[in-house]
Design a protein around this ligand. Structure first.
Ligand SMILES: Cc1cc2nc3c(=O)[nH]c(=O)nc-3n(C[C@H](O)[C@H](O)[C@H](O)COP(=O)(O)OP(=O)(O)OC[C@H]3O[C@@H](n4cnc5c(N)ncnc54)[C@H](O)[C@@H]3O)c2cc1C
Length: 502
């Protein structure tokens, strides 16, 4: 009997993971990827000996035996890979005082109490939250697709979640910025809304991040994001899968409401028994399928009501060793700076000297990340203004950095600017989104309940990746790829396995 054929669209982490599990479960799978590299958003780029990382700040599952580690073991991504575990996540400085977001809640509590005795009860509540989330196993939300849970598995699931019901209800609906606004101390008032990526992130996400960091389960993979993704691609090839690069899917072909094949832009048609789209959700639903399989809920998801996060990343290769300075600092500005059409009251600056593989000896990769919306860049794209604006953004930031690291301007060897359009072009992600739907109290409920992995009225097509897992993130999308194969195995009435074929 021949194996069933499975086609996967996209070689991001979700698609690569789906491919590995498809091979483990006896399917013949092939991945079609528009770029010439694996990894999608989990990537890095090299310029004159500097490797600019474009993704991972922390990887959940980096700690042996801890939540999400199993998926990385299964995908061959962590074996023999060292991780850097930072004792502090970030500093926030107004140039007179500095708040240090220590991963250790005891150290953090002592520091917060010293910074502002008047805010003692808030500081204690925050650190207690971190302690409560220390044992929270986020991977359990995706161990098995919700639709496949038996009544007794639902019961076990409920028992595991129960101890966290109160902290989830208390800290899941409150945003980091709302919590910060309760502090009387001016530095802490401003700091809390800035540390965890975006101001309306649920506070529990920040608490969980610090908890996982403290447990050494949120490390940075030495070698960076692309090397990490390449390891999963390697595992997929070892398992017998095939990746076709520069192979952009133009259409998913449908017969009698069943997805049957993909057509590439070069007109090649590849038939399959099952198709998994691990590509951008908007592109899959409205372009590859022409918007034929949607319901009101899906239309609402994509009508612009949910926030999306896109960014500008200015990467600098610097002939200077910055390893003696803190690796990640958000500077609060006295006077706002106008950058890319928006007034900025803070800037996040990060160097990567903690990983010596990323820059030549004695030199540093320095990165500034700014939230920036895609329509701004789209309006000027194709005109000289686009290039001018990129240069101006870099120049304003260089001027600012010169104040922090005097002499830096003369030491710049490489300057690189990625805009939301770069992310869109290289990964197809709608509006240049870095993580699909932004995780906010509004989308958090969808994250916990789980989104539909199939489209209404269409058989044999499954979705995985950051557009069906609000908040995205590398471990969650890897589990999403795993879940897609679990669903297909269930449709085939065969057990799902994670063991490697003999
Ligand atoms: C700056 C930044 C920082 C981040 N920091 C972290 C972090 O610290 N920790 C963390 O866990 N996560 C982080 N993330 C989020 C994480 O990277 C993403 O959520 C995750 O990588 C998404 O994976 P994916 O496979 O779902 O999608 P993608 O990575 O977008 O992969 C989709 C793939 O499909 C391909 N594709 C699209 N359309 C087609 C088509 N028509 N035909 C063929 N191929 C197609 C694309 O080229 C791409 O390779 C960060 C992301 C960014 C950008």
């Amino acid at each position: 009997m021949t194996n069933k054929k499975l086609i996967i669209i996209g070689a991001g982490v979700a698609g690569l993971a789906a491919g590995c599990y498809a091979q483990m479960n006896g399917f013949d799978s092939e991945i079609f990827e528009l770029h010439d590299l694996p990894g999608g958003l989990c990537t890095a780029w090299e310029r004159k000996g500097y490797t600019f990382d474009g993704c991972l700040h922390y990887l959940f599952g980096s700690g042996a035996g801890q939540p999400f580690n199993q998926v990385w073991q299964e995908l061959g991504a962590v074996q023999q890979r060292p991780f850097v575990n930072h004792p502090e996540f970030m500093r926030v400085s107004d140039r007179e005082r500095t708040f240090i977001a220590y991963a250790n809640p005891d150290e953090l509590e002592e520091h917060l109490l010293a910074l502002s005795p008047a805010d003692a009860s808030l500081s204690r509540a925050f650190c207690d939250g971190i302690r409560q989330f220390m044992q929270f196993d986020m991977a359990m939300l995706q161990e098995k697709p919700r639709s496949l849970l038996t009544p007794s598995e639902w019961g076990q699931f409920g028992l595991k979640v129960m101890p966290f019901a109160m902290p989830l209800a208390r800290w899941g609906r409150l945003t980091a910025a709302e919590f910060g606004a309760r502090f009387s101390d001016p530095l802490l008032r401003r700091a809390f809304g800035k540390i965890f990526g975006w101001h309306d992130i649920p506070l529990m996400v920040g608490m969980s991040l610090l908890a996982y960091m403290h447990r050494q389960n949120a490390g940075f993979p030495v070698g960076g994001s692309l090397a990490f993704a390449r390891a999963i691609a390697q595992r997929y090839l070892q398992l017998g899968g095939q990746i076709h690069y520069k192979a952009q899917v133009e259409k998913i072909l449908v017969e009698s409401n069943r997805a049957t094949a993909v057509r590439l832009y070069n007109d090649e048609i590849h038939a399959a028994d099952y198709i998994i789209s691990a590509a951008d959700g908007y592109g899959t639903i409205f372009h590859l399928l022409g918007g034929q399989f949607v319901n009101n809920e899906l239309r609402r998801m994509y009508d612009g009501r949910y926030r999306i996060h896109s960014q500008v990343q200015v990467s600098l290769g610097v002939n200077r060793d910055l390893s003696g300075t803190p690796h990640s600092v958000t500077y609060l500005l006295d006077k706002p700076l106008l950058i890319a059409g928006e007034e900025r009251d803070h800037l996040w600056v990060k160097h990567y000297n903690f990983d010596p593989t990323l820059a030549p000896a004695g030199k540093s990769c320095l990165i500034v990340m700014l939230e920036s919306n895609q329509p701004y860049w789209q309006r000027i794209y194709g005109r000289r203004l686009y290039d001018t604006e990129q240069l101006q953004v870099a120049d304003i930031l260089l001027e600012f950095l010169e104040g922090i690291y005097p002499g830096l301007k003369q030491q710049i060897e490489v300057k690189d600017v990625a805009t939301p359009l770069s992310y869109e072009r290289y990964t197809g992600n709608w509006m240049g989104s870095t993580c699909g739907w932004l995780l906010t109290p509004q989308t958090m409920i969808k994250m916990i309940q789980g989104m539909e992995k199939q489209l209404p009225g269409l058989a044999n097509l499954y979705l995985c990746g950051q557009w069906v897992e609000p908040g995205g993130s590398v471990p969650v999308v890897a589990m999403s790829g795993r879940n897609a194969v679990q669903l297909i195995c269930a449709a085939e009435k065969r057990p799902f396995t994670t063991s490697l074929p003999a």
